[in-house]
Design a protein around this ligand. Structure first.
Ligand code: ZN
Length: 359
């Protein structure tokens, strides 16, 4: 460390290192700038320092308390210091930087870093926050395609009002995250909560120019984020992530299957029901099913009327997936409406556009 000289070191039986050191730079009065050599007293401090290899280090740093030689200076005495061990420090700067790097660069939790380095959680977290602040101060680059999605983080925390007995939410377990989908910036921001106001709040923090640059926003299939986008980014097109579309189709098949079981047996499904046995097979993609598994699905669902309803929902899900494979990323070209209709309704001439009269 600059301005610090090691005067001795000793290893105990357990491999722990004790290191003695002193400040080796001229002692300058912080008030008047006079260099002093008049020692008032010696003090030994114990700042926490980085490990030496894998071994923990006990640092004994001797500091001199000096009398300012300038008779007119009101300071009286002062303690010498070095950049890594500024006045009143209990942790060397390099150890704090190390803790900040562990959390920011290596994904170690503040608690894990604190434990390993022998510092308190607030110190490790503070070091990380200081490092993060330098990055978070910068505005994000424009993102033409923005993704907004919810993210579950930890547990909700509540506080109970002693008087009324009512609970107030202190920390929401759900957060809203914004992502740069077209560029390489990754996650742009995260706010607590998942209401339209929470999403709008983050968007409101961006500059008007930044908001104007967003052309497409991808969201899940709920109307909450939709209303936030319509409010804050009125010029942007709303797209739904494919994952959410397919997820909804899979959930629908499961819903129809549960209803069919209730119709057939008058109760919830349980192990032993043929329809319950194909529960996970129905969630799989058609192309991932073996011939035997496919036969099991058909054999089970074709046997009863309610089962045939499940089969229809399942075929619908697979047709939807087949149609989604027309997207340019898979097929190499942008599909036209006719191609989409053909995949959804291959046996007819097109989608039934109007409801025909029974005649
Ligand atoms: Zn002085």
């Amino acid at each position: 460390m600059e301005g610090v000289t090691v005067t001795g070191a000793e290893e105990d039986a357990g491999g722990r290192l004790a290191v003695w050191a002193r400040i080796s730079r001229p002692a300058v009065c912080p008030w008047c700038g006079t260099v002093s050599g008049r020692v008032h007293e010696y003090v030994t401090t114990r700042p926490r320092d980085v490990r030496y290899g894998s071994r923990a280090v006990d640092l004994f740093l001797e500091k001199r308390r000096l009398v300012c030689g300038n008779g007119g200076c009101p300071r009286g005495t002062f303690t010498e210091w070095a950049p890594q061990v500024p006045p009143r420090c209990r942790i060397t700067r390099r150890l704090l930087e190390h803790c900040g790097d562990e959390v920011a660069e290596r994904g170690i939790t503040p608690a894990g870093s604190a434990r390993h380095n022998g510092v308190s959680w607030p110190s490790a977290h503070g070091a990380f926050a200081k490092k993060a602040d330098t990055l978070l101060g910068e505005d994000p680059e424009p993102a033409a395609h923005l993704g907004i999605d919810e993210h579950r983080r930890g547990r909700a925390r509540w506080r109970r009002d002693e008087q009324t007995g009512e609970y107030t939410l202190l920390a929401d377990r759900w957060h809203t995250c914004c992502y740069d989908l077209s560029g390489d910036q990754g996650m742009l921001g995260q706010v607590e909560g998942r209401t339209a106001d929470d999403a709008a709040y983050w968007l409101a923090g961006a500059t008007q120019d930044w908001r104007d640059a967003v052309t497409v926003v991808a969201i899940d299939m709920c109307t909450i984020y939709q209303s936030a986008v319509q409010r804050m980014l009125p010029g942007a097109k709303i797209a739904v992530d494919l994952f959410h579309v397919v997820q909804l189709a899979v959930k629908t098949v499961a819903g129809v299957r549960r209803r069919a079981i209730r119709e057939l047996y008058g109760r919830r499904g349980k192990a032993g029901d043929p329809e319950y046995g194909i529960k996970h097979l129905l969630e799989k993609n058609l192309e991932d099913l073996s011939g035997e598994q496919f036969g099991k699905i058909i054999g089970t669902l074709d046997a009863t009327g309610p089962g045939q309803h499940v089969a229809l929902a399942w075929i619908g899900k697979e047709k939807l997936r087949h149609t989604l494979n027309l997207r340019a990323r898979v097929s190499g070209s942008v599909p036209c409406e006719r191609q989409v209709r053909h995949r959804l309704f291959p046996s007819t001439t097109g989608a039934p556009r109007t409801r025909r009269s029974p005649s």
